[in-house]
Design a binder for this molecule. Structure first.
Ligand code: BDR
Ligand code: CA
Length: 316
């Protein structure tokens, strides 16, 4: 992790988004070129407000570009029951002074892809609406992006929304996910099942959260409701943070132990499966392997990035 990394992070904060953002800002070799904001966990006004607040807590002046407020085709349910109605655990924080930049997210993505051609890693932590819009406007976008990392999907059908095989980010806007997955030649995917396979001991996380560092204190406050929900619904001995795992893969891909490279498509029609990520595991379709799907990541390396995010460990 020694060479400079330039990230564009598309996010719908969101409690686990916030942790992922703290992870990126804790790495001295990382420059975050922009945050582009999606609707998802809660509505766009709230996710934008949360992103600005988090940047204020961090003390970063990264530009923030708000994106689409709705999925491309059909309205979708949010995840306020996990993250709180305001997306940040309803702690009643004082809003940040700063407002978002005027440029729409999709246009900012395209502009920055020219300004930092070949250097930017796009890290997608929410529904793929903004990226689908950018890609529709300019199909050559992937040629200027170094790497695309997506948190989304449930590659063997164990999702986390009411439609059993579907994961939230893809299920929120399946058409957007279809556009991205069918037109982006190659991306890294960190799915819900990988998230569940990389749980961190709950007591350990709560110990880190007790750290007086201001980032830990803010995260402790906004994550309280989500942690209570996890305990109540999953009887969790382990704590799972999808966006944080995706960020670990973006920041330190060398700690991924195994990947599966397979063709992946998004189901748009099924009454039980709209939004499912369909993987051609046996490679019978002849389609190109567009997805590099995370199978395992070194847990100590993930934990170290989390500790740095919460100020428990210093960056080397
Ligand atoms: C994804 O859905 C959201 O609720 C989380 O922020 C994460 O991006 C997990 O399925
Ligand atoms: Ca998210």
């Amino acid at each position: 992790m020694s060479t400079r990394q330039h990230l564009l992070i598309d996010t719908d904060p969101g409690v686990d988004d916030a942790l992922a953002l703290l992870m990126a800002y804790a790495q001295p070799q990382v420059t975050v070129a922009a945050l582009t904001i999606a609707a998802g966990n809660v509505g766009l006004a709230a996710t934008t407000r949360n992103a600005l607040k988090l940047l204020e807590v961090i003390g970063a002046d990264t530009p923030v570009f708000a994106g689409a407020g709705l999925p491309l085709v059909r309205p979708a349910m949010d995840a306020a029951f996990v993250h709180g109605e305001d997306g940040f655990g309803n702690i009643g924080y004082t809003p940040a002074q700063r407002l978002p930049d005027a440029e729409p997210a999709a246009l900012a993505m395209l502009r920055l892809s020219h300004e930092l051609a070949g250097e930017l890693t796009f890290v997608m932590l929410g529904p793929l609406t903004n990226l689908a819009l950018a890609l529709s406007l300019d199909p050559s976008l992937p040629t200027r992006v170094k790497r695309l990392v997506i948190m989304g999907g449930a590659v063997t059908g164990c999702g986390n929304v009411q439609r059993i095989p579907v994961e939230f980010n893809i299920g929120f806007d399946p058409e957007a996910a279809h556009i991205v997955c069918s037109r982006w030649p190659r991306f890294d995917l960190i799915d819900w099942e990988a998230t569940m396979a990389h749980g961190v001991d709950f007591a350990r996380v709560e110990h880190w959260l007790a750290n007086p560092h201001p980032h830990a204190a803010f995260y402790r406050a906004i994550s309280r409701k989500t942690r209570d929900w996890m305990r109540a619904t999953r009887h969790a001995s382990h704590w799972h943070a999808a966006d944080a795992l995706a960020m670990a893969v973006a920041l330190a891909p060398e700690n991924a132990e195994t990947w599966a490279e397979r063709p992946l498509a998004v189901e748009l029609d099924g009454s039980l499966s709209r939004g499912a990520t369909i993987v051609d595991w046996w490679q019978r379709s002849g389609a190109p392997a567009n997805a590099r799907i995370l199978q395992s990541y070194r847990l100590p390396a993930f934990e170290r990035l989390l500790q740095m995010a919460l100020g428990v460990a210093a960056a080397e």
